[in-house]
Design a protein around this ligand. Structure first.
Ligand SMILES: NC(=O)c1ccc[n+]([C@@H]2O[C@H](COP(=O)([O-])OP(=O)(O)OC[C@H]3O[C@@H](n4cnc5c(N)ncnc54)[C@H](OP(=O)(O)O)[C@@H]3O)[C@@H](O)[C@H]2O)c1
Length: 517
């Protein structure tokens, strides 16, 4: 059977066909198969794809990590977690079918002697499952292990298609991609020595969320919003990603990163790019990513002297979440007791271009905040002539558009309406759209969509190397400032609050305030 090495991507398929395209059979080799991400996210998402018949018949997973599982214990371990993660949606009969696709190979990526046996296992599985040599490697490893894993894949001869094993070779790399700009560049060098850019899929799982993808649809499929989407009508933008959970079992890795690297460099800046970018000329991966890059390159870089004014960090102390006492960050498992790592970050950026000149974008994210909410809030300017200002009902609120990314996925628009009665009294009211009500179901898991896209070779939702680099460029002045003095700009906030008070001054000194989520 002739197998194309690079099948058509979703963007190259006829309009309307995207959702039903089946990827070619491939072997997904997950490095870090015993880890948290594989157990809680990757495998449950693959199971969902299986149940929706979105996986090719021969598709299989080969898990690799040091834990000495065999196929059977690997499957049992994953089943237990999938049952817990999926709750009532777990279907035992489908799982039994799906489990036949799961295989395990114990191995240490730091031991080069182990790669030949991995190569043999890959070959025999491809034969057994009639997979035409297509290999998708997923690095679900700590960032320090990305480069050794890529080097091992290359040394084993698995990175390049050959006569014995034709087909595609792609690699998915988890975030964070690097620790700062220099580190990201070094990693790009290691990766590109083995996989050319079009075969590298840097994952930012936020971009796989339906509501995040809807940002482009909302902006560019509707004629009425785009004319308003600029400095003439918009006062400022707030992007919030608030979590109520703490660091959980990720204490050690989180402490080496912090909220700025964990959330600001990737998710928050990606959202900023989607809100601010110009319409792409097509939906091809590079046209979309070119526009994102252009926008991020227009963000005004913060000078080292200005960094203290543009960013506030925080760390949670003990407090209460939904009435339940929770410990401070420093008391979390595997966190050093004197840690100066931030669990909250807020930053102000401006975009130096025709559309956005003078419009501040305020970004914030934190752990152990009062509620779990991710949203983009577009605050419009007040009406130019305040005809109703002098009514008896107090000051009017300007129009506000909120795109709720989670958990109440939807959109609402606030506007003023006359409240019933003899006097003219303007009250804020809301027009609401809910995904669940409109489409009858919760959004599918983001990882499922992204895994499917990687199998299809569609990189639209994966940040390209130049985008990752420009994001690090924006963060580097802050990182340099904190490296110089690790306790700088770090303020404490009780768990269950909405971050340190100092973050309020980022806005209040400009006459604005954070939205209460
Ligand atoms: N967990 C999440 O929700 C989440 C979310 C976003 C991004 N991420 C990113 O995803 C990646 C994985 O995160 P995680 O939470 O799954 O981490 P984790 O639970 O610590 O898992 C790490 C995995 O790496 C394996 N490993 C470590 N050293 C190895 C070696 N020398 N050879 C082979 N395997 C080795 C471990 O297995 P053995 O000990 O059995 O070898 C384990 O399977 C990280 O980059 C993280 O930043 C995770």
């Amino acid at each position: 059977m002739a197998v194309p090495t690079e099948p058509a991507t979703r963007a190259e398929l006829p309009a309307g066909a995207g959702a039903v395209v089946l990827p070619e059979p491939c072997l997904l080799v997950i490095f870090g198969a015993s880890g948290d991400l594989t157990r809680r996210k990757l495998v449950p998402s693959l199971f969902t794809l299986h149940r929706e018949n979105l996986l090719a018949g021969g598709f299989a997973v080969l898990g690799v990590s040091r834990t000495p599982y065999d196929d059977s214990t690997f499957r049992s371990m994953l089943e237990e977690v999938a049952r817990r993660e999926l709750g009532p949606a777990f279907d035992p009969a489908s799982w039994t079918e799906f489990a036949d696709r799961l295989f395990y190979h114990p191995g240490d990526i730091l031991d080069s002697d182990g790669f030949p046996s991995l190569r043999d296992r890959v070959r025999s599985l491809c034969e057994e499952r009639r997979i035409p040599g297509n290999l998708l490697f997923y690095l679900s490893l700590a960032p320090k292990h990305y480069a050794p894993a890529v080097r091992g894949i290359a040394a084993s001869g698995l990175s390049a298609p050959g006569e014995a094993m034709p087909g595609f070779r792609r690699v998915v790399i988890e975030k964070p991609f690097g620790n700062d700009l220099a580190d990201a560049r070094a990693l790009s060098g290691d990766v590109s020595a083995v996989f050319p850019e079009e075969r590298v899929f840097r994952i930012d799982h936020y971009l796989g969320k339906e509501t995040v993808q809807n940002l482009l649809v909302f902006r560019f499929a509707n004629g009425i919003f785009e004319p308003l989407w600029n400095r003439n009508y918009i006062d400022h933008v707030q992007i919030t990603m608030a979590e109520d959970i703490g660091v959980g079992t990720r204490g050690e890795s989180y402490d080496g990163a912090g909220a700025a690297r964990d959330m600001l460099q990737n998710h928050l800046l990606q959202l900023l790019a989607l809100v601010g970018m110009e319409p792409p000329i097509s939906l091809s991966a590079d046209d979309v990513r070119d526009e994102k890059l252009k926008l991020l390159r227009s963000v005004e870089p913060v000078s080292p002297e200005g960094a203290g004014e543009a960013c506030v960090r925080g760390q949670y102390t003990a407090g209460k979440i939904r009435g339940e006492a929770v410990p401070s960050y420093r008391e979390e498992k595997n966190v050093p007791p004197g840690s100066l790592t931030e669990t909250y970050v807020a930053a102000r950026f401006t975009i130096d271009n025709w559309r956005w000149a003078g419009v501040p974008f305020y970004l914030r994210s934190g752990k152990r905040l009062g509620s779990r909410v991710s949203e983009v809030a577009i605050q419009f300017r007040p009406a130019p002539y305040r005809l109703f200002e002098e009514t008896a009902c107090g000051p009017m609120e300007s129009n506000l558009l909120v795109l709720n990314l989670q958990p109440d996925e939807g959109i609402y628009l606030r506007f003023g309406a006359k409240s019933p009665g003899p006097a003219i009294c303007v009250r804020p009211v809301q027009l609401r759209f809910s995904y669940e009500q409109a489409f009858g179901s919760k959004s599918p898991p983001a990882y499922g969509r992204l895994l499917l896209d990687a199998m299809l070779g569609d990189a639209t939702l994966f940040p390209r190397e130049d985008i990752v680099e420009v994001s690090w460029t924006l963060l580097d002045p802050f990182l340099a400032r904190w490296r110089e003095n690790p306790g700088r700009d770090l303020y404490f906030y009780p768990a269950g609050s909405f971050g340190p008070r100092e973050a309020d001054t980022l806005l209040s000194k400009e006459g604005r305030a954070w939205r209460a989520p």
